[in-house]
Ligand binder design. Structure first.
Ligand code: ADP
Ligand code: MG
Length: 310
């Protein structure tokens, strides 16, 4: 019978050296070189079989990749640079050894692409389903981390890509917007920034709440992904509604002053696509303006993990 240490040894053999990791897999804790930076970004995300994925609709490689990608997206949402990660995994006893290797086979190429060192982790087995939690460490870039709380009335609101229908496949192969966030941070003064995990309306709502402002979106300006149109044909919800409410697109929402917005639209940083979608308002609440001028309230949209009373 194989056990956790066989798997850890395999993983250890696949991890390259990194100048930032002085001690990596194999000791009680990793030792990282953080001498160049006064601040450390830390983020953790947990994926659970049955909630965030099912093993019959996604390959283990896709799940391993996604588990890291969602964390990298959170670092992007601070305009940071990811440095290292640690991986905690609860593997089902039956088939877990192979499953663990396949998760890593999906995760490691993405880690390499973004120069993220796998510095350690924890490997458990049980009779339950697959649970995979990754913590990513990173560092701020440019003038420091960009928060949710900096949006100001009058700001222009942008997103970095078309939205909606991600659950039909894009949620498994998206590229975290690390490069785009850094390019934007270098090119302009970002007032606020967030990644779209819960849906445009819900995540913009987080910016609005933290910044104590509201926003007015233009229905016609919301970029709609082809997948949203495809899903609309199947479920009868409008493509626009999918673009506003669906989660897991992992594009960025940013707000900047109108002057900077105009400048960015005229000449976006290289490799960055920007869609203007509306403006921040002094009055609280999130509204959508239809082409005929009608306003619809979008407050309270989006996915939330729920609790049961009993
Ligand atoms: P300890 O019992 O001291 O917590 P473990 O036996 O859990 O240590 O882990 C041994 C080493 O292997 C540690 O350095 C840990 O960080 C690393 N490790 C365990 N699981 C993983 C994993 N899935 N990916 C990467 N490193 C791992
Ligand atoms: Mg120990």
């Amino acid at each position: 019978m194989s056990h956790e240490f066989d798997l850890i040894e395999r993983i250890r053999g696949q991890v390259g050296r990194s100048s930032r990791v002085k001690v990596g897999i194999g000791d009680d804790a990793a030792v990282l070189d953080w001498s160049q930076h006064p601040e450390c970004l830390v983020t953790v995300d947990m994926l659970m079989e049955g909630i965030d994925f099912t093993l019959d609709s996604a390959t283990p490689e896709q799940i391993g990749r996604k588990a890291l990608a969602v964390n990298l997206s959170d670092i992007a949402a601070m305009a940071g640079r990811p440095t290292a990660c640690v991986v905690a995994v609860a593997l089902p006893r039956r088939g877990g050894f192979e499953l663990g290797q396949r998760l890593m086979a999906g995760l490691l190429p993405l880690a390499q692409e973004f120069d993220v060192a796998l510095a350690g982790g924890d490997t458990n087995t049980w009779e339950g389903p697959l649970v995979l939690s990754i913590t990513v460490l990173g560092e701020p870039t440019g003038r420091g981390p960009v928060l949710r709380s900096g949006a100001r009335p009058g700001d222009w609101i942008f997103v970095t890509g078309p939205l909606g229908g991600s659950l039909s496949g894009h949620h498994l192969d998206f590229t975290p917007r690390i490069r785009e966030a850094q390019a934007l941070h270098a090119a302009t003064t970002l007032h606020s920034l967030i990644d779209i995990s819960d849906g445009l309306a819900a995540d913009l709502g987080h910016i609005l709440q933290e910044s104590r402002v509201g926003a007015l979106l233009e229905a016609e300006a919301i970029p709609i992904a082809p997948a949203a149109t495809g899903m609309s044909r199947r479920d009868g919800q409008s493509p626009l509604r999918h673009a506003l409410a669906d989660g897991e697109d992992f594009e960025l929402i940013l707000t900047v002053s109108p002057q900077e917005g105009e400048r960015l639209l005229a000449k976006p940083p290289q490799g960055v696509t920007l869609y203007w979608i509306g403006q921040v308002t002094e009055t609280a609440g999130l509204s959508l303006k239809q082409p005929d001028g009608k306003l619809e309230s979008l407050s309270d949209w989006g996915w939330k993990h729920g609790f049961r009373d009993q």
